[in-house]
Design a protein around this ligand. Structure first.
Ligand code: ARG
Length: 367
């Protein structure tokens, strides 16, 4: 029979200012369904190797299932909870539900391997979601290119008219970039798809848990091979924000061209009303705000990538509390890239090419 290894093992509370600095429940709340999943698989692993009796394991599992149902029904909130983080919240809820046996859920694991398991599950889901939006943008660009395989368009170098091209050629340059980004994203998915559970705090666990089996329960394709690296490593996150910064850089370039082309000074394209705004003073204006915002948001994501690189570069092995700061940049990157791609995929089909302006432009300069 295992001993209790509850997360809640400290008798003296942190100072209020220290709590304010370190508590993250409202931030890592989005890990909740993943934390429940991780705990469920871990408890199944403990039951399978005989560390937990079937009765205790089943009672914990049922409690976790009730919590998941409450979460899905929208009945859970972090408002007014004083838990340090999502892991403490889940454990407290299970203990409140089934009593002290709930503490056995934490047998043979640490929050250090747990938070990395949750985070990898979270990122795997969201890399897939971002990948789908990237494909939606590629489809929209593909349709635009298809309409303009014979539309003669000015090709620029130095923003000077250089050689005539067809508009499809220009559009497909962006498709080529974004296809590379998609490949990069899927490579990042592959490196994220690795289960650290069993690494414990730093040096593994004494319980004879079948790590491969637990990893399979969670949908991971493999397990981590070095427990110290498993809890210290954030390079899958650095890779994700870096790939995201490249995506945002590419769509920011595209949006910059949309802004220029949509200006009455150039007039090559018209952007649909649902993606432009008027000015209160000059309601006849058609400001391409959405393209401008995507361009602006690329700065945020580039900032997050710098943050992630700095966070890790001088940390001694293994886990340090600094690493908790990985969450805001990762979450904001997920939200920003997803939203930007979704808006871009919707905006592209509203773009109409203005033939008269283009025909006039291809007679200028050395074209
Ligand atoms: N909230 C913590 C984080 O996100 C969980 C890990 C805490 N580990 C610890 N040894 N204090 O990093």
């Amino acid at each position: 029979m295992s001993e209790s290894h509850s997360i809640h093992n400290k008798s003296i509370a942190l100072a209020e200012s220290a709590q304010a600095l370190s508590h993250t429940l409202s931030v890592d709340w989005r890990l909740l369904p993943y934390d429940i999943q991780t705990n469920r698989a871990h408890v199944a692993g403990l039951k399978r190797c005989g560390t937990l009796s079937a009765a205790i394991a089943d009672s914990i599992t049922q409690s976790l299932d009730r919590l998941m149902n409450d979460y899905r029904a929208g009945n859970l909130t972090h408002e007014g909870c004083s838990d340090e983080d999502v892991h403490s919240y889940v454990e407290r809820r299970v203990i409140a539900d089934i009593g002290d046996n709930g503490k056995r859920m934490h047998t043979g694991k640490s929050r250090n391997d747990q938070v990395m398991t949750d985070s990898r599950l979270y990122l795997k889901d969201h890399i897939q979601a971002i990948g789908s939006e990237l494909q939606a943008v590629l489809r929209a660009l593909g349709e635009l290119a298809e309409q303009h395989t014979r539309t003669i368009f000015p090709g620029f170098t130095h923003f000077q008219p250089a050689q005539p091209i067809v508009f499809a050629h220009h559009v497909m340059a962006y498709m080529t970039m974004l296809q590379r980004d998609y490949d990069r994203l899927m490579q990042c998915y592959d490196r994220t798809d690795c289960c650290p559970l069993g690494a414990g705090a730093i040096a593994g666990t004494n319980y004879p848990i079948d790590r491969e089996w637990v990893a399979t329960q969670l949908g991971f394709s493999r397990v981590s091979t070095n427990s110290m690296d498993a809890v210290a490593d954030r390079d899958f996150m650095i890779e994700f924000v870096s790939v995201s910064a490249i995506v945002m850089g590419h769509i920011s370039r595209l949006c910059e061209e949309i802004v220029l082309w949509a200006s009455p000074l150039i007039g090559f394209i018209h952007v649909g009303d649902a993606f432009t705004t008027g000015s209160s003073l000059m309601p006849q204006k058609r400001n391409p705000d959405i393209a401008e915002l995507i361009r602006g948001k690329s700065a945020r994501v580039l900032g997050h990538s710098v943050t992630m690189h700095h966070l890790v570069k001088a940390l001694p092995l293994t886990y340090n509390r600094d690493l908790q700061e990985d969450k805001p940049p990762i979450y904001d990157t997920v939200d920003t890239v997803w939203q930007s791609l979704a808006a871009l995929a919707d905006m592209i089909p509203t773009i109409t090419v203005q033939q008269a302006a283009i025909q006039a432009a291809v007679t200028v300069g050395h074209l």
